[in-house]
Every structure is written in C-alpha cells, then in structure tokens.
Design a protein around this ligand. Structure first.
Ligand SMILES: [Zn+2]
Length: 217
C-alpha cells in the first residue's frame, strides 16, 4: 500500500487546497506558507443571527480562501472537504463540545445538485462528522430555487429571498434535538437563520452553526 500511495503521489502530487502548490502529503492539504498566512477570523469567528445560538467560522472569505472555495464548489475539488473540516474542528469543539446531538447541513436544491453532482455542505458535514464521531444526517430539503443571496443587497431582501425555501424531511428525527448546522460560507446569517427557524418550528431544541468561512460585507 505504501508503494502504491508513493506512486500515486509521484503521478498526482498532492497540492495545497489554498494556493495549489505541490506539497508533502500530510493530514491537511495546506502548505507551510498558507498555514501561516490564511486569513483567520480569531476573535471574530462568531457570526450571530436569529434562531441559532451562533455560527463559528475559522477563516474570512477572501483571497486564497475564496479561490479555494470556488474550486471546491465549481471545479470538483471534493478532496478539500477533509482539509476544511479539520480547519473547522477546533472552533466547533471550543464553542459547542458536547452541546449537540446531531450534525446536518444547509442543502442545495435538487436542480443544483443535479448540475453539480455533489452537495458541498453535505461533504463538509460528513467529513466533520467523521472527525467528531457524530453522524451527519440529512434533515432539510431545499424546496425551491432561490436567486443567489450575494445578489440580494439588503438584509431584508436576503430574508425575503430565502423565506420558506426549506422544509424538514422528517420531524420525528429533529424533535427535541440539539443540532449543529453546517454550511461552507456564512455572510449575514440569513440562510442559516431560515434553516434554524425551520428546524425549531419542526420541534428541534436548539440550533448552532459552523462554516469554513465568513464573508464580510
Ligand atoms: Zn498554499
């Protein structure tokens, strides 16, 4: 097996998830330079909104982080999910260790899933669930396509755009549960608020969130 993986590394050298430079294989696909310079959120890691306790995100959505996420979502770099999950783990443990019963994600619509072939937030929650030893369970469904939140402008428009866009797949699964909700990027928290509201209305006890990156507007 060692020989095979050495051969594979020679043929397809592992690359940094943030700058695409070849790297030595390790737990994280992050080169030493990116390890040092990634735009970390530090004391600004918490995003608050309605209906969820808070959402932790280790990175700001800019520069290399933005480019990496665009490759992850639109250029089939599913392999980044594990690296992203490892970057999210510390904040999740610090903020919410022992505070949630299950993990789920903010899903894309069926139409988008068909076009892209994978749900980026689902891959992220499955990778994070693996690290936490907590199963990632599908709880929500996006029942209508919405315009991109980034094109909406005001907070009010963002809320209106996303209102009623999700439903709970099985209320029995969420009843009295404390749920960690995962997304790749969080901006104002309007989408996370809408999903948290949907889960609470279906009987969930509490909702908290985690994302890889927060966007500053
Ligand atoms: Zn790098």
């Amino acid at each position: 097996m060692k020989l095979i993986s050495a051969l594979l590394d020679l043929l397809f050298p592992p690359k940094c998830a943030f700058c695409s430079r070849p790297i030595v294989r390790g737990e994280l696909l992050v080169c030493p330079d990116c390890g040092r310079d990634l735009p970390r959120t530090g004391s600004m890691c918490r995003v608050t909104g309605d209906y969820f306790i808070c959402c932790v995100a280790p990175l700001f959505y800019k520069d290399k982080v933005r480019e990496s996420l665009l490759r992850y979502k639109f250029a089939a770099r599913r392999i980044y999910a594990d690296t992203y999950a490892r970057l999210m783990l510390e904040g999740v443990l610090r903020e919410f260790d022992g505070a949630f019963d299950m993990l789920t994600w903010i899903p894309v619509s069926r139409k988008r899933l068909r076009r892209r072939g994978y749900d980026q937030a689902r891959l992220l929650s499955e990778a994070l669930g693996g690290l936490l030893g907590v199963e990632a369970v599908p709880l929500l469904e996006k029942i209508r396509d919405t315009a991109a939140q980034s094109k909406m402008g005001s907070a009010e428009k963002r809320r209106a755009n996303i209102s009623g866009a999700y439903r709970v797949l099985d209320p029995e699964l969420v009843a009295d549960k404390r749920i960690l909700l995962i997304d790749d990027i969080i901006t104002t928290g309007a989408t996370m608020s809408e999903c948290a509201k949907t889960l609470l209305l279906a009987g969930a006890d509490k909702v908290m969130g985690a994302a890889l990156a927060r966007r500053r507007d």
